[in-house]
Write a protein that binds this ligand. Structure first.
Ligand SMILES: Nc1ncnc2c1ncn2[C@@H]1O[C@H](COP(=O)(O)OP(=O)(O)OP(=O)(O)O)[C@@H](O)[C@H]1O
Ligand SMILES: [Mg+2]
Length: 499
């Protein structure tokens, strides 16, 4: 008997059907990966199992018994726990309170605070997490918030554990730790549904793989029976010509020059040049100082020493607005906090940063606005019913595309992308790389922070490596290799100084 059997699941949002009679079976003691393009219906399907959405049609059986899952509480009672794609911790509460919300130890309505802290500490220890149970959630970095979310789901001792892109913000070391725990849960008979766009993870951890496309189930395979090309083809519905399309663009003059830039505690003595037509990748471990450096280039923070020259002139941006006015754009890694206004529609989100382009005598030229936004929606293949759809109702990856669209609209001269393709499917990734290529071919330049090495090697013209807040090296395309990059990333630990 299967642990979970979902049959004929259909679901519509506002009259648009996004799941069409999907069947999905989960066996105890297996990791079952669920893959598909952004908007394919992965999150929607698992949310039906987690009691967040109700299916319009179809049945769910758990251990052979048909169940009616009307709420997350009922799902929990049936042994279902879920790590959500979009983190939504209660920021003002502590780590311990977040994890044990609604099931705090104690009696008669009183919470046993010491016990709560102890239980949390034990749980965090099993995950080797050095996080203080009494710390407020809002003070944690995103990676730790994600680990707490994972800890919370694990602490429920669920029979059925759903992980919707659990590794989007965590580092390789934490991923290893997570995978060890997954192996452990598997051995104890837990069934795990694992959603991810990262092929390497899927091939490491999954036993079975199912693919959804446009709300239809394409197929289910044992891991040994598929390869990456087959998976991509079944997800995208066609052969993807290139995972990392790279158009050849003539490299022009230097547009940005950074000389010996330092900011105490953030980055030290950084120098590099950026030329027109170039895509320059910044790689490095978490904490290597990449984002901090970019914040200074964009006027969020101010360097202590060193110079930034833009088109040959020294610049001192006091605030991001100055950077934007000079033709800089910054696509942040945290779309929820900095990138998007969730309750607004796509059109308004995209045009927010470009609104002044559509202002005619003080009024927004709505017709022009919607025309241009539609162009961006098409160019990035944002999957939506119309550009009037609210951003919060888009699939996670499509929200990320809206962030990209928003910044591209102004045609800035330099765009800084911080992890631009996090949570984005393979097909859409290739589209974003193509768009980047077109963008630099018009004489612009791109700086891209990325943690995905294949991405850096696939699309960049040069790679700058930061290690422990210093520049540890720079590689040209013909010098790119996984080993060369890793060596530079760990340079600070191998006793080597910065070059
Ligand atoms: N609350 C909602 N209201 C309206 N439409 C929604 C809502 N949630 C999801 N959708 C739509 O349902 C479709 C499936 O979305 P879903 O979130 O399941 O995709 P996904 O496969 O998880 O994608 P991703 O990889 O981007 O996370 C999308 O077209 C999305 O816009
Ligand atoms: Mg999703």
């Amino acid at each position: 008997m299967s642990l979970v059997e979902m049959s004929g699941i259909s679901k519509s949002y506002f009259g648009v059907e996004v799941l069409h009679e999907v069947n999905f079976t989960l066996e105890a003691g297996t990791v079952h990966a669920l893959m598909g393009e952004n908007g394919a219906g992965k999150s929607t399907l698992v949310k039906v199992l987690a009691g967040i959405h109700k299916a319009d049609r179809g049945t769910v059986k758990i251990e052979g018994k048909e169940v009616d899952i009307g709420s997350p509480a009922q799902a929990a009672e049936l042994g279902v726990a879920m790590v959500h794609q979009e983190l939504s911790p209660i920021y003002e509460m502590t780590v311990a309170e977040n994890i044990f919300l609604g099931r705090e130890p104690g009696a008669g309505g009183f919470v046993d605070a010491a016990q709560l802290t102890r239980q949390t500490k034990e749980l965090l220890d099993t995950l080797s997490l050095q996080i203080n149970p009494k710390e407020k959630m809002k003070n944690l970095r995103v990676a730790d918030q994600q680990m707490v979310e994972i800890a919370k789901a694990i602490s429920r001792d669920a029979r059925i554990l759903i992980m919707d892109e659990p590794t989007s913000a965590i580092t390789d070391r934490e991923i290893d730790r997570l995978f060890a725990i997954i192996e452990d849960l598997k051995a104890r008979g837990t069934g795990i549904i694992y959603i991810s766009h990262k092929m390497d993870e899927i091939f490491r951890i999954a036993d079975k793989i199912s693919v959804l496309r446009d709300g239809n189930e394409v197929g289910t395979w044992d891991k040994g029976d598929v390869n990456i090309d087959m998976l991509i083809k079944s997800m995208v519905g066609r052969e993807l010509e290139m995972q990392y399309p790279k158009i050849s663009v003539p490299i022009g003059e230097v547009v940005l020059e950074v000389e010996n830039l330092s900011l105490a505690g953030q980055y030290e003595d950084i120098s590099f040049q950026l030329r027109r037509g170039e895509i320059l990748a910044f790689v490095g471990l978490v904490g290597s100082g990449r984002t901090e450096l970019m914040h200074s280039l964009f006027g969020v923070t101010h360097p202590d020493s060193g110079r930034i020259l833009y088109e040959g002139r020294e610049i001192h941006f006091k605030k991001p607005k100055d950077a934007i006015d000079s033709g800089f754009a910054y696509v942040t890694e945290d779309r929820k906090k900095e990138g998007l206004v969730m309750p607004m529609n796509i059109q308004h989100n995209v045009s927010l940063s470009a609104l002044f382009n559509y202002v005619k005598g003080g009024l927004i030229d709505a017709k022009h606005e919607s025309g241009t936004v539609q162009g961006q929606v098409d160019a990035l293949s944002i999957k939506c019913t119309s550009s009037r759809q609210l951003v919060k109702s888009l699939s996670g990856g499509n929200q990320q595309k809206v962030v990209v669209a928003k910044w591209m609209l102004n045609e800035p001269k330099i765009i800084i992308f911080d992890e631009p393709t996090r949570g984005i499917d393979v097909g859409a990734k290739a589209e974003i790389y193509k768009i980047m290529g077109d963008y630099v071919s018009r004489g612009n330049a791109v700086i891209m922070i990325t943690s995905e090495m294949p991405e850096a090697m696939g699309v960049a013209d040069r790679i700058v490596v930061l290690s422990d807040r210093k520049k540890s090296g720079e590689l040209k395309r013909d010098e790119f290799s996984q080993e060369a990059i890793v060596k530079l990333e760990f340079l600070h630990m191998m006793g080597g100084g910065a070059k």
